[in-house]
Design a protein around this ligand. Structure first.
Ligand code: NAP
Length: 317
């Protein structure tokens, strides 16, 4: 862990009086919760999550402090119909939106299908955020920030990810991912290829959206390795996996270690950043980094986005 994240300070932040609105998906736990609490110091937070009760709790926590404000929007990101409804609800709020953080994400040990019959991990982590972002972008003012939370596990050459059994993003096509099919030669760990591929698509999407829409600031963030979040709570796979396999192996790579509070501060920093950078992939300290060789290839990035749009176009409007 570097000190720079903690050195990211008030100087990069707009004045408290300059009230803007920030949208955070998955604000009920882990990185998203910490980011929402951080952003609430700066503006209204639009909490976008699937569980009304949990959203209400976060909203209450934020509004317990005088002058802080949040709005809750129920949205199941795995369900495209729910995402479209939520986007319409957010637009109707007519808030001065300065940032959208695509943070919500899952891992699954046993693959299930979404409402549209698509792989649940791919739908939740890639398709839902893709639809939400495309629906909101035309309504964002010039200079607004969009950030996708990605993961280093998309890179098959990333040593810590390799050490724990990831084999990188295994993208064949958007249609194949929706069927739960991944490039052969992948991980023996259940759910690892689906997760890594969804994160590969997040990063490719951020880079294409940044090129397509230069009036907005569209970036990606790798938040580091954070064992104590809810990720993978289904079947407690993640926790068992970490305790039994990851923690012992990761000792030599502790510099990638982070925690929700620190990751939330870095995510807020990247989301609030008024410096106008776009198309940047930031590391866990908020410094520019690089994704895998494949995801840096613009023709690959373009293919992911074009195929995702084609897949989504198969749904009724
Ligand atoms: N933890 C790490 O080491 C790590 C490393 C790299 C990247 N990341 C990424 O960081 C992001 C946040 O993960 P985290 O570690 O903070 O995990 P987390 O604590 O499990 O938080 C995930 C959030 O996403 C929400 N969510 C899940 N499925 C959803 C759906 N269908 N619709 C709407 N919201 C949904 C969860 O809501 P509920 O509370 O309702 O479940 C929760 O608020 C993810 O994109 C993850 O891939 C994490």
């Amino acid at each position: 862990m570097t000190d720079e994240a903690d050195a990211y300070q008030e100087k990069d932040m707009p004045k408290t009086g300059d009230r803007k609105a920030y949208i955070v998906t998955g604000p009920t736990s882990g990185i998203g919760l910490r980011t929402a609490l951080e952003l609430a110091k700066r503006g209204t937070v639009v909490l976008v999550g699937r569980d009304r009760r949990k959203l209400d709790e976060v909203q209450k926590t934020i509004e317990r402090k005088k002058g802080r404000h949040a709005v809750s929007v129920v949205c199941d990101l795995s369900d495209i119909a729910s995402v479209r409804r939520a986007a319409a609800e957010i637009i109707a709020l007519d808030l001065p939106i300065a940032g959208l953080l695509n943070n919500a994400g899952i891992t699954q040990q046993h693959a299930t299908n979404s409402a549209q019959g698509w792989d649940m991990t791919f739908a939740t982590n890639h398709l839902g955020p893709f639809v939400l972002t495309e629906a909101l972008m035309p309504h964002l003012p010039d200079g607004a920030n969009v950030v996708f939370i990605c993961s280093a596990v998309e890179d098959p050459e990333r040593k810590p990810a390799k050490a724990v059994g990831f084999r990188g993003g295994r993208y064949i096509s958007a249609e194949a991912s929706a069927r739960g099919a991944w490039k052969p030669g992948g991980s023996a760990r259940p759910g690892a290829d689906a997760y890594a591929t969804s994160k590969q698509c997040n990063l490719a999407t951020a880079m294409v959206f940044a090129r397509e829409t230069p009036r907005l600031r569209i970036n990606a963030l790798e938040p580091g390795f954070i064992p104590n979040t809810g990720l993978g709570r289904g079947g407690n796979f993640f926790v068992r996996f970490l305790l039994n396999h990851v923690l012992p192996l990761l000792a030599p790579f502790m510099k990638y270690w982070s925690n929700p509070k620190r990751a939330g501060r870095v995510a807020a920093k990247v989301l609030i950043n008024a410096r106008g950078e776009t198309g940047i992939y930031y590391d866990d300290g908020g410094h520019p980094t690089q994704g895998s060789a494949l995801v840096r290839d613009t023709s690959f990035q373009d293919r992911v986005v074009a195929e995702t749009r084609a897949l989504l176009a198969t749904l009724p409007a």
